[in-house]
Design a protein around this ligand. Structure first.
Ligand code: KG4
Ligand code: ZN
Length: 345
């Protein structure tokens, strides 16, 4: 089956062509157009994002078809939740029109399920069963993936998403938006010096029965950084890198600890990272360091599969299409929706 994937949930207009069956797939093309305009505003402006998707969607899809060197598409898959509704609607409307005009099926895909499939696009070993940590600008989720389509949601952030925490702290440190990559570069120049922040929601006496055993929280850490920045005052320039490093260490330690708890409890020997924050090399190497002598393999996606892209939507969509699932032409977009296939925790 050859599938067209479309992703417009936030500030990337993306289209991809994927062909194959089961876990044997080949990515024929992937086009990602990032909307740089939001940098000026220091965050994504929903109305501007919708308009930019509208201008970009036709050429982006045409380019994906041209790169794949084919016009023969068997089905269209499109992100329809969660995300910015106006942005999602551009992709959803286009996908429905494309499918109707060609008389082929259309299928709505959950954006976070796409992130779960993304790493498998380049690492054939990143398939279930595995422990998944999805860390993006809008979401932070820890899942046990027993099989494709069967997900146990173990923990999530109670406030800021991991990427959001990176972006807000980067802003406090005077770095451009989106701050994640800038903060990682700054942190790499320091060992943290005299700064150390507590690891949020990590206590030794926690047990799986505790509600915060897997849950995460980053707003207290953000406040601790704010206080440190204020305290650093005149010395800020010299201290910025140390604060960045101490923040990143705290956040990464927390993510590694919670992921290790999940892998241990479910006896998984694979850990799959996904979402934009999975671009962070310090995160991937801290995970590898923690797991290497336990026989657990850690899979981190390349940046183009970590951040929002249509290949992951086509990949997740193909799985559902092969199970006979289809959407109808009244497919709608939703700002939030639980990931499909949840089983009791
Ligand atoms: O998955 P994504 O592209 O979009 C959402 O679905 O949210 O994730 C974007 C997020 C941003 O918060 C960005 O700062 C963060 O991923 N990010 C990083 C790095 N690269 C991107 N965070 C930390 N370190 C990085 N190298
Ligand atoms: Zn995303």
């Amino acid at each position: 089956m050859r599938v067209l994937g479309i992703e417009t949930s936030c500030d990337e207009t993306s289209a991809a062509v994927l062909e194959g069956t089961g876990d044997q797939v080949r990515l024929a093309s992937l086009v990602i157009l990032s909307q740089d305009v939001h940098r000026i505003f220091g965050g994504v402006v929903p109305e501007i994002a919708s308009r930019a998707h509208l201008t970009a969607i036709v050429p982006v899809v045409q380019r994906a078809l041209a790169d794949a060197d084919t016009n023969a598409i068997d089905a269209v898959t499109v992100t329809n939740a969660p995300g910015l509704v106006g942005a999602l609607l551009v992709g959803v409307s286009y996908a429905k029109a494309f499918a109707f005009a060609r008389g082929i099926p259309v299928l709505g895909v959950h954006h976070m399920e796409g992130h779960l499939f993304a790493t498998a696009l380049e690492h054939p070993g990143a398939v279930p069963p595995f422990t998944a940590l999805l860390v993006s600008g809008g979401h932070t989720m820890l899942l046990d993936v027993e099989a494709w389509g069967r997900y146990r949601l173990l923990g999530r952030t109670r406030d800021d998403a991991a990427g959001e925490a990176f972006d807000k702290v980067a802003k406090l440190l005077g770095l451009p938006y989106p701050g994640g990559p800038h903060l990682e570069r700054l942190a790499a120049t320091s060992d943290g010096g005299r700064y150390r922040f507590a690891r949020p929601m990590v206590r030794r006496d926690q047990t799986p029965a505790d509600a915060d055993f897997y849950d995460l929280s980053f707003s207290g850490l953000k406040t601790a950084v704010l206080n440190a920045v204020k305290g650093a005052d005149a010395a800020l320039d010299a201290d910025r890198a140390a604060i960045a490093r101490a923040f990143q260490d705290s956040l990464i330690d927390t993510l590694v600890e919670k992921t290790a708890r999940a892998a241990r409890q479910f006896g998984r020997d694979r850990v799959v990272l996904g979402g934009g924050v999975a671009c962070n090399r310090a995160l991937a190497s801290a995970m590898r360091a923690r797991f290497e002598d336990r026989g657990v393999r850690v899979f981190a996606p390349a940046p183009r599969f970590a951040t929002d892209n249509a290949a992951m939507i086509a990949r997740a969509g193909l799985f559902h299409l092969e199970r006979g699932e289809r959407s109808s032409l009244d497919l709608n977009a939703f700002a939030s929706q639980p990931i499909p296939g949840l089983v009791a925790a």
